[in-house]
Design a protein around this ligand. Structure first.
Ligand code: G16
Length: 559
């Protein structure tokens, strides 16, 4: 850092050298469902990261004098990216950066810090559940002042700017020590390194009954296993579950965050969290088991011998929310993403709660939460959350379930069966065909689109099509409209098949097929989902021809 009159940036009042670097635009910086996700090698291309960050800064109303929160899930390239962003934030006039120690912040913790510090926004570096390492994925997303992911009007602006960008600004300064907690002033920029866990842990303590949890764990009634999948939630889970709630050390497994997640996908489902799955379906299962993902916003809930689908988990939370201190006064409303099962709708109808159906993407819940129209929301993609932050929150969901188990004094399987008894069961599954050639995937969508006008009224075996359309969402708060959010085929008995291309993959296209069938008869509640959905699975293939067109025989992942 030195004074150089030629590089002096008088409007920012900086004496450090600010360089303006000429760059070429990239054509592929269109953020997907949750930020820009690409291979690390793509982010390492000349100016790639810088272009996107500058496009974000250029699209914001004002950056001078503002506070930015910065952190990531610790995956490969996290530290380097943070150093670059610090220098760019300095050059773009931010006055304060709040950074998680080691460059770490879970996504829900980042959301909380943005809200708590009333920051202007935040940059979260993560590709979520995607694998990490030099040959794997990286990602970056911007969260706005409410702590939530930037809505589409922002992400569209970032993309448009990225198409024409010709320079970015970066300060000439040394790397910042990310590991020592405290504040430093570099020229006009204050950099504060914070403990990534404490504020979040405090927030959790304000929501749940920690005394009851301590008693239930201490007495041995609650036994648990949490799989952090070598990702960001390790330190959070250790602090909260072990240090604060007294769970034995071995309750948290794979607790050390690694840059490559130990070579695994940090994706909390039965396929990827198989160590946990084996335990939970084995003879020595604890009462409760859970896992979270790369950046700590997803959750998988299991009990001894039972897996709770995310859709059921949301419905059960909604039905029992009054048992949790922070929600004891009841919920203002609930929301689910369109492909999420209709289980929560039944709870909402029973309790006369407003219920909203949004497109896939947490950003669509933001307005509803801000306007106080909903308290709880969730998605089939292992995401649940509430108005405590503006992101889905993995450990929050874990604590919610633990609090529920402690209050009801029931194991997970009993809680689920009791719920089905009362509301019926929405038997649900998602089939993913990953890395499909983009052209083939687009052909599948086109083929589906062409059938939409002809399907209503047609009968296929036991199923008669009631409606077939492409989901479009009109936000009830700001009236913005989001079109083409997935193809839905609904049947007269309430069953549904939904087709969507994922917006988070980094290789080719991922076709997601969501299948759902309602079962009111308790005698049939224990059916295996794949068996119960067999007819719908066949019908889905008949409609979309994914196997025929790709030559594949089965989905890559079934959840
Ligand atoms: C993101 C979004 C979620 C979405 C999920 C899957 O989660 O925040 O809202 O449901 O992706 O999206 P898609 O089906 O388009 O792949 P995460 O945990 O990856 O950030």
């Amino acid at each position: 850092m030195y004074f150089n009159p030629s590089g002096h940036s008088p409007h920012l009042g900086f004496i450090m050298q600010i360089n303006t670097i000429t760059t070429q635009p990239y054509s592929d910086q269109n953020p997907g469902t949750s930020g820009l996700r690409k291979k690390v090698r793509v982010f390492q291309e000349k100016g790639y990261l810088e272009n996107f960050v500058q496009s974000i800064f250029d699209s914001l109303d004002e950056t001078a004098g503002k506070t930015l929160v910065l952190g990531g899930d610790g995956r490969y390239f996290n530290r380097q990216a943070i150093q670059t962003i610090i220098k760019m934030a300095a050059a773009n006039g931010f006055s304060e950066l709040i950074i998680g120690q080691g460059g770490l912040l879970s996504t829900p913790a980042a959301s909380h810090i943005i809200r708590k510090c009333e920051a202007y926004g935040g940059l979260i570096l993560s590709a979520s559940h995607n694998p990490g390492g030099p040959d794997d994925d990286f990602g970056i997303k911007y969260n706005v002042g409410n702590g939530g992911p930037a809505p589409e009007k922002y992400t569209n602006a970032f993309y448009q700017r990225s198409l024409t960008i010709d320079s970015y600004r970066i300060a000439e300064m040394g790397d910042v020590d990310l590991d020592t907690i405290g504040s430093t002033q570099i020229d006009r920029l204050k950099i504060t390194i914070i403990d990534p866990v404490s504020d979040y842990a405090e927030l959790m303590q304000s929501i749940f009954d920690f005394n009851l949890l301590k008693q239930s764990i201490g007495s041995g009634y609650i036994t648990l296993r949490f799989d952090a999948m070598h990702a960001i939630t390790g330190p959070y889970a250790k602090r909260i579950l072990v240090d604060m709630l007294g769970a034995p050390e071995e309750s948290v497994i794979n607790a050390t965050p690694l840059e490559d997640f130990g070579g695994h996908h940090p994706d909390p489902n039965l396929a990827h969290a198989h160590e946990l799955a084996e335990l939970m379906f084995g003879p020595h299962a604890p009462i409760f088991g859970a896992a979270s993902d790369g950046d700590g916003d997803r959750n998988m809930i299991t009990g001894s011998q039972i897996f709770v689908t995310p859709s059921d988990s949301l419905a059960i939370m909604a039905a029992n929310a009054r048992l949790i201190p922070a929600y004891a006064k009841g919920l203002s409303g609930v929301a689910r993403s369109m492909p999420t099962s209709q289980a929560v709708d039944r709870v909402a109808a029973a309790y006369k709660l407003p219920c909203f159906e949004t497109p896939t993407g947490w950003k669509f819940f933001g307005n509803l939460l801000d306007a106080g129209k909903i308290t709880l929301c969730g998605e089939e993609s292992f995401g649940t959350g509430s108005d405590h932050v503006r992101e889905k929150d993995g450990l929050w969901a874990v604590l919610f379930w633990l609090n529920l188990i402690a209050r009801k004094r029931q194991p997970v399987a009993d809680i689920v069966h009791e719920h089905w008894q009362k509301f019926g069961r929405d038997i649900y599954s998602r089939h993913d065909y990953e890395a499909v050639e983009t052209e083939i995937a687009n052909g599948i969508v086109e083929h589906l689109r062409n059938q939409l006008p002809t399907l209503p009224g047609q009968t296929f075996g036991e199923f008669t099509v009631k409606f077939a359309d492409e989901f479009s969402y009109a936000d009830p708060v700001d009236d913005s409209v989001s079109k083409n959010q997935g193809i839905r085929v609904g049947f007269t008995d309430g069953s549904r098949i939904v087709f969507r291309l994922s917006g988070t993959g980094t290789v080719g296209a991922t076709l997601r097929i969501y299948l759902e069938k309602f079962e009111a008869d308790p005698a049939k509640h224990d059916q295996d989902a794949q068996e119960a959905l067999a007819e719908l699975i066949k019908l889905a293939e008949q409609f979309c021809e994914v196997k025929k067109r790709t030559g594949r025989t089965a989905p890559n992942v079934i959840t």
